[in-house]
Design a protein around this ligand. Structure first.
Ligand code: SAM
Length: 263
């Protein structure tokens, strides 16, 4: 693990596009115009032994029962605060996080499904991985069924006028290349979602960004016109993002500056 920086360090990638090395809650508190936020939070289960092999910082769901400085609740609150009215939160989850996250969104921000109005929790979607023979992936270890992908929670801040029709359930080849990072997600689902929900010139924010598949998806979909802010507290996450932007061959080579770290 590398040392995280003390103060947010913004790296300019292009006009309106930056990767900030800093704490998600701290950096989100300086943003008040996000149109979509794609969050793959660095949560950990209370008994998640050895953090399942990930080397980056993780935090508990609830800071009130733990001495951790941050928590999923604080990150979600900071996301909702940073969104414009009607802006969308798209948050990755697993079997442990999904019920906790949906309950928290419903309790704190509302349940659109309950009264067909307002904001808060809207939908549960998913990303299902395909193995090379085209069947749903079954490589997840365990004796009680295989997940082969993950859930995704969709919510919005208050009433929304952003209508969109892309499926919240996506099926894609398993993400094999990790670019030297952990928990790396495929670009395609986020590219489809953000390109449907966002307009050119809108602002996408990607806290706990890692290799930032949502930002790269927006880059592919919109090119120069989209604005985005990626946030991660690990300098090496930016290096992994840089590798991904260059190596995945989906972003035009000269579209982003991708400067050396802390140059
Ligand atoms: C689940 S991973 C995201 C992986 C990403 N979806 C991808 O495809 O590469 C969570 C990320 O959150 C970052 N992180 C952990 N604590 C953080 C914090 N307090 N503020 C910002 N980022 C944080 C980790 O460094 C890690 O890159």
């Amino acid at each position: 693990m590398t040392m995280a920086v003390d103060r947010p360090h913004p790296i300019s990638l292009a006009d309106g596009k930056e990767y900030v090395i800093g704490d998600a809650v701290e950096v989100l508190s300086s943003i008040d115009d996000a149109d979509v936020i794609c969050l793959d939070d660095a949560w950990s289960r209370p008994h998640r032994g050895g953090q399942f092999g990930v080397e980056y910082d993780t935090h508990p769901f609830d800071h009130e029962h733990n001495d951790s400085a941050t928590s999923t609740k604080l990150v979600v609150d900071a996301c909702m605060e940073a969104l414009n009215p009607g802006g969308w939160l798209i948050a990755d989850a697993d079997d442990w996080l999904l019920p906790r996250l949906t309950s928290y969104l419903m309790d704190e921000y509302g349940d659109v499904n309950d009264d067909y109005g307002g904001g808060g929790y809207r939908k549960v979607g998913s990303v299902t991985y395909l193995s090379s023979d085209g069947t749903p992936d079954r490589s997840t270890p365990g004796m009680y069924g295989s997940t082969g992908g993950y859930s995704v929670v969709f919510g919005h801040k208050g009433e929304t006028e952003r209508r969109w029709s892309e499926s919240v359930r996506q099926v894609v080849p398993r993400q094999r290349e990790k670019f030297g990072w952990g928990s790396v997600k495929p670009i395609v689902p986020y590219k489809k979602w953000v390109s449907d929900i966002l307009n050119p010139d809108d602002h996408l924010v990607v806290p706990c960004a890692g290799t930032a598949p949502a930002a790269l998806g927006a880059e592919i979909a919109f090119g120069a016109s989209i604005r985005y802010t990626c946030i991660d507290n690990e300098p090496d996450a930016y290096n992994a993002f840089r590798r991904r932007a260059r190596e995945e061959g989906t972003v035009e080579a000269d579209a982003l500056n991708l400067p050396d770290l802390l140059s």
